[in-house]
Design a protein around this ligand. Structure first.
Ligand code: UDP
Length: 314
């Protein structure tokens, strides 16, 4: 059994990861300020003997946690959808910078391994395709997505600085678009937006001409990749995502098909000038180092997710 400190555990991905770590027999303490996370995501764990929740902002001092005897310190806290991180842009910059430093300090003082959830956004609007971990990115430092992209790039930079300076074991996952149950219906991301619109037979809002691509990973696959990386001895960044790439328009049509919706497509201006035109992970490294590859096909993963949103509506 390991003792794990995890920031952002009330969020969509963080709560699934918390469930999994507890199932695996570990002790988990979640830190979350509930800015974009939700209490309900962890409500079922309230009485769990190996679970603890602390309502804390990790961008503020965490020195009282230095002697917690942690084996692993995992930093997932951050607004993560474009709508959320534009609304909470200063908080996003803070949690990526101060928050990462504070969590690294906890890891350094307790001799724990440090895990950072990074993102495919560190590649920006990529010029190479699919994206490999060695690609250094094409990112605007002044655009509307910069508060998230640059905060995560800083987070990676300080993580590897700590690794070199203090020899801290680090695990860095670059997460590509991940979806599934518990993803808030109002976080503005394309998956909850399209599914909710389809279930309500409302127009599906395609931003731009819908030719931009994304590659969607089901949350159970993402969690499996994260857990394998956490317990590996691999310090370099690893992409975790599903390389099944589709255009946003194809995705809209798939959702209409799976929900048997009467929705039509409606086209709206792109909210971000630097909205990535193509995104698809090269997962050779994850396959090689972790023996990981996604198990859920898009149809299976979306069917599970649609069922969840149907229950939510019901
Ligand atoms: N998108 C869209 N309609 C929506 C929400 C998003 O067409 O209602 C597009 C968005 O412009 C982007 C893609 O879908 O090209 C994925 O957006 P999301 O907000 O899920 O996350 P991103 O991958 O851009 O971080």
């Amino acid at each position: 059994m390991s003792k794990i400190l995890l920031s952002g555990g009330s969020g969509f991905l963080g709560s699934h990861l918390t469930d999994r770590l507890l199932q695996d027999g570990h002790e988990v303490t979640v830190l979350d300020n509930l800015l974009t996370g939700r209490r309900i995501n962890l409500q079922h764990l309230a009485e769990h003997p190996r679970f603890q929740f602390l309502e804390r902002d990790v961008s503020l001092d965490l020195s009282d946690l230095y002697d917690g005897g942690w084996d692993a310190v995992m930093h997932l806290a951050s607004p993560a959808s474009p709508v959320d991180y534009v609304r909470y842009s200063i908080e996003t910059l803070r949690v990526g910078s101060h928050g990462t430093e504070n969590m690294l300090e906890v890891a350094r003082h307790s001799g724990a391994r440090f895990f950072l959830s990074s993102t495919s956004e560190v590649y920006g609007d990529p010029e190479i395709h699919p994206q490999v971990e060695s690609y250094v990115g094409h990112v605007s430092s002044i655009g509307t997505r910069a508060c998230y992209d640059e905060a995560k790039r800083f987070a990676e930079a300080i993580t590897y600085t700590y690794h070199r300076k203090w020899d801290i074991p680090v695990r860095v996952v670059r997460i590509f678009n991940t979806y599934g149950p518990r993803n808030r219906t109002d976080d503005g991301r394309v998956v909850p937006n399209f599914i909710m619109q389809a279930l309500r037979n409302e127009p599906i809002t395609i931003f731009g001409d819908g030719s931009q691509t994304r590659s969607f990973c089901y949350v159970a696959d993402q969690v499996e990749g994260i857990v394998r990386l956490l317990w590996s001895d691999y310090n370099d960044p690893v992409n975790i995502g599903n390389p099944h790439e589709m255009t946003v328009r194809e995705f809209a049509e798939l959702i209409i098909d799976l929900t048997e919706s009467k929705s039509t497509l409606t086209y709206m201006p792109l909210p971000h000038k630097d909205d990535p035109k193509r995104r698809c992970p090269d997962i050779s490294r994850a396959r090689q180092v972790l023996g990981w590859s996604p198990r859920y096909s898009p149809r299976e993963g979306f069917a599970e997710t649609i069922a969840y949103y149907r229950r939510y509506l019901g």
